[in-house]
Design a protein around this ligand. Structure first.
Ligand code: GTP
Ligand code: MG
Length: 238
């Protein structure tokens, strides 16, 4: 977030929030302070990602050792940039103070897990839920209850302790768990949404909804095939 982008943001603040020049100036300054303080906190959030990634790796390794193949297909992670953090603060109209921001914005650290089967989505979530050093702050089940646009995924906000030299920090990590079909859909929807600046034309929205239903059908079918694979009709694990 450069000096120019702060000035640019001040201009944006002036036009979007109807505040005075002086107030915008003040807010831009506060936001810059928040940005700088978060730059220092990056180390903490990155450590939160690392801790949770290790947990996922251990599950993966265990599964590979005992069952040949792991239900986890892909794992990616990302740290929200100070720039998009500041944008989110402005978008949500939050007080530009670090403690408040840390409480409210819980997707600074993000991990996404992709797996083959819907049952694996819940299996991974339950493995993590059972770990005594993780606290589940929130569960949003967009698999059971998809978003109106068709989006499906299981979202967890996990809290993990980070042990520093002189203190322990509790770090929230947003985890998205989805099947490959859900992931495929979400990545296309995200690109369209980006291209149309969030205002996807009606006919494309309808098409995305159909595609989402097809992806969900495919997940059901894959789950059936998986039951065959395991030699059981129930489709449950092992
Ligand atoms: P944000 O303020 O965007 O973080 O969302 P929120 O607080 O409403 O939380 P939610 O759990 O609904 O979404 C968090 C994240 O899930 C987003 O940042 C995206 O990565 C993903 N997501 C949610 N909805 C959609 C969607 O409709 N399409 C796509 N492609 N991704 C989505
Ligand atoms: Mg987000």
């Amino acid at each position: 977030l450069s000096q120019e982008s702060i000035l640019e943001m001040r201009q944006e603040l002036l036009t979007t929030l109807s505040i005075t020049q002086g107030e915008a100036e003040e807010l831009a300054l506060q936001l810059r302070t928040v940005r700088d303080q978060f730059a220092e906190l990056h180390m903490v959030y990155q450590s939160g990602i690392d801790e949770v990634l290790t947990k996922v790796t251990i599950l993966q390794r265990e599964f590979e050792a005992t069952h040949e193949h792991s239900p986890i297909e892909h794992v990616t992670s990302r740290l929200k940039s100070p720039e998009s953090l500041v944008r989110k603060i402005v978008r949500l109209g939050l007080e530009p103070h670090v403690p408040a921001v840390r409480k409210t914005i819980r997707d600074i650290a993000g991990i996404r897990i992709t797996c083959s089967f819907v049952s694996d989505v819940y299996w991974i979530a339950s493995m993590l839920e059972r770990q005594p050093d993780l606290t589940i702050l929130q569960v949003k089940d967009y698999v059971a209850k998809p978003k109106p646009n068709g989006y499906r995924s299981l979202h967890l906000i996990l809290e993990v302790p980070i042990f520093l030299s002189d203190r322990t920090e509790q770090v929230p990590v947003e985890m998205q768990i989805r099947t490959s079909a859900m992931d495929f859909w979400a990545s296309v929807e995200h690109k369209l949404s980006y291209k149309y600046d969030g205002e996807v034309p009606t006919h494309l929205r309808a098409e995305l909804q159909t595609a989402a239903e097809r992806a969900a059908d495919m997940d059901v079918q894959m789950e059936r095939l998986r039951a065959e694979l395991n030699g059981s009709a129930s489709g449950t694990h092992r």
